[in-house]
Design a protein around this ligand. Structure first.
Ligand SMILES: Cc1cc2nc3c(=O)[nH]c(=O)nc-3n(C[C@H](O)[C@H](O)[C@H](O)COP(=O)(O)OP(=O)(O)OC[C@H]3O[C@@H](n4cnc5c(N)ncnc54)[C@H](O)[C@@H]3O)c2cc1C
Length: 265
């Protein structure tokens, strides 16, 4: 089974800040890691590869330093990494991102067929959960979202989907796109030997630009984006907490006076 896993490098922080002038993520001073859902996607794909054999290619679009998530993917068990990096790809919205990833998947399939594309459900920075479904649409393949377990049976992919209040089991013909939300097991740790190989000069990681995937500039990056960030800002917290001191009588008086001052009584 030949699988591609989409992995994104994200800031290692839940405290995502936007530059109000440029409308882009502030990445300076924040360490980068593999998107947590993508580690689950990799583990799910590696589980299939362990059981069935085949190849696993990790694919990422990002700046040159995003090569680190591909090294990590190789160290975990991927066979090959492809980094999509080109000035033309900068500033992409989800439409342009999924177009670019879709073109790269088509370029991969020019040399060997792919049976399955696995992504994380959601990136922890962009947070839209649109890329998986959009890539499926680009390829014209069926998609299954919210996966927590994958198995092959009688040539079909069985997917257990985690839904609110239950689990749904579906069968899906291949090729298909699956987005992974959770797993019953933890993602595996890289083995030291593989880690050294994956970070070395001989690691099978290629860098592709727009020409390599025949992606015209008008369809990628900011130019190819159908949406435009008009303004970004952090929401201001309008709530303030005031603790009432003293005994219950003083507190009740203080509360009534406070509510009167706010013209709420
Ligand atoms: C107008 C506009 C301009 C933008 N400009 C910038 C910008 O200048 N710089 C910037 O950093 N962001 C920018 N963004 C954000 C960027 O569009 C998103 O980060 C990106 O499209 C992916 O969407 P997401 O993060 O919501 O991914 P989700 O849809 O939440 O991700 C789901 C899954 O898709 C896969 N995936 C997502 N992105 C990638 C990727 N790049 N490579 C491989 N797999 C991936 C992963 O498996 C991930 O788990 C911009 C967004 C808009 C709307």
């Amino acid at each position: 089974m030949n699988i591609a896993v989409l992995v994104k490098q994200v800031p290692d922080s839940a405290d995502i800040k936007m530059d109000p002038k440029t409308g882009t993520l502030v990445r300076e001073g924040v360490a980068s890691v593999m998107n947590p859902d993508d580690r689950l996607a990799l583990e799910a794909a590696l589980g299939l590869k362990d059981a069935l054999g085949g190849t696993l290619t990790a694919l990422s679009m990002g700046p040159p330093q995003a090569v680190d998530v591909l090294s990590e993917a190789l160290a975990m068990g991927a066979d090959r990494g492809v980094l999509l990096s080109d000035r033309n790809f900068a500033g992409a919205d989800t439409w342009a991102t999924s177009y670019t990833l879709g073109r790269a998947l088509e370029a991969l399939m020019a040399t060997a067929p792919l049976d399955l594309v696995v992504c994380g459900r959601q990136a922890s920075d962009g947070d839209t959960a649109q890329i998986g479904p959009q890539v499926a649409e680009h390829l014209g393949w069926p998609q299954v979202t919210y996966a927590e377990r994958l198995e092959m049976a009688d040539g079909e992919l069985l997917v257990w989907r985690r839904l609110t209040g239950g689990v749904e089991k579906v069968a899906c013909p291949l090729p298909a796109v699956v987005t992974v939300l959770a797993l019953e097991r933890l993602p595996r740790w890289p083995r030291v030997g593989r880690l050294l190989w994956a970070c070395g000069d001989k690691a099978p990681i290629e860098s592709w630009n727009a020409a390599d995937i025949a992606a015209p500039a008008r369809l990628t990056g900011l130019r190819g984006s159908l949406t435009q960030v008009v303004k970004t800002f952090s929401p201001k917290s309008e709530r303030a907490t005031r603790w009432l001191e003293g005994g219950s009588v003083e507190q009740a008086r203080d509360l009534v006076n406070g509510l009167r001052a706010l013209k709420l009584l």
